[in-house]
Design a protein around this ligand. Structure first.
Ligand code: HEC
Length: 153
């Protein structure tokens, strides 16, 4: 599947328990029977721990912050990373200031920034429905090792 922004969602290789396309951009890997890769499941959990208060359940958006399931189809991976790391402030006149906090130094977000991204891609393209994925792959040793080393930095 190719997104409107030109990104190819085809999983090409696995590294440290996460899937990437041929350009090295993280992508979800959803099996025919709906089983999600562990990173997509991890992203679901982290999204609902750190982002949903503002962006709404399942990335569907709220009156305060945009629907991220749509944002990730439009902005590219590097813009997504930049916004999550550094935050963003809507300075448009007239409306109340809406602030996207910076999460670049928060390991509970930053160690999972790619997982949240692939989860949003999977839901934004309707590869998975709303809600907690019912069926997920096991957490691999490689994933657990990468997670431990990131969280202890
Ligand atoms: C305190 C509320 C709040 C939290 C928590 C929050 N955001 Fe945001 N976010 C916002 C607001 C408000 C905007 C819109 C800012 C603007 O347009 O200037 C935004 C914008 C964004 C954008 C840009 C969307 C677009 O369409 O341009 C991304 C990407 C994003 N947030 C990701 C995240 C992620 C990932 C998390 C969880 C780790 C998160 N946000 C948590 C309030 C929040």
């Amino acid at each position: 599947m190719i997104l409107p922004n030109g990104m190819d969602l085809t999983p090409d290789y696995e590294e440290n328990g996460r899937w990437y396309n041929a350009d090295g951009i993280p992508v979800p890997k959803i099996a025919e029977d709906g089983m999600v890769d562990y990173a997509t499941f991890s992203g679901y959990r982290r999204y609902h721990a750190e982002c949903h208060v503002c962006h709404g359940p399942d990335g569907e958006g709220s009156t305060y912050a945009p629907a991220l399931k749509n944002s990730v189809l439009r902005i590219d991976y590097y813009d997504y990373q930049e916004i999550v790391a550094s935050g963003k402030q809507n300075t448009g006149s007239g409306s109340a200031n809406q602030v996207m906090p910076a999460f670049g130094t928060n390991p509970n977000v930053w160690c999972y920034v790619d997982d949240i991204y692939v989860y949003l891609l999977a839901h934004g393209t309707d590869m998975i429905p709303r809600g907690r994925p019912a069926n997920k792959a096991e957490k691999s040793e490689a994933f657990a090792e990468q997670e431990d080393s990131c969280m202890s930095m």
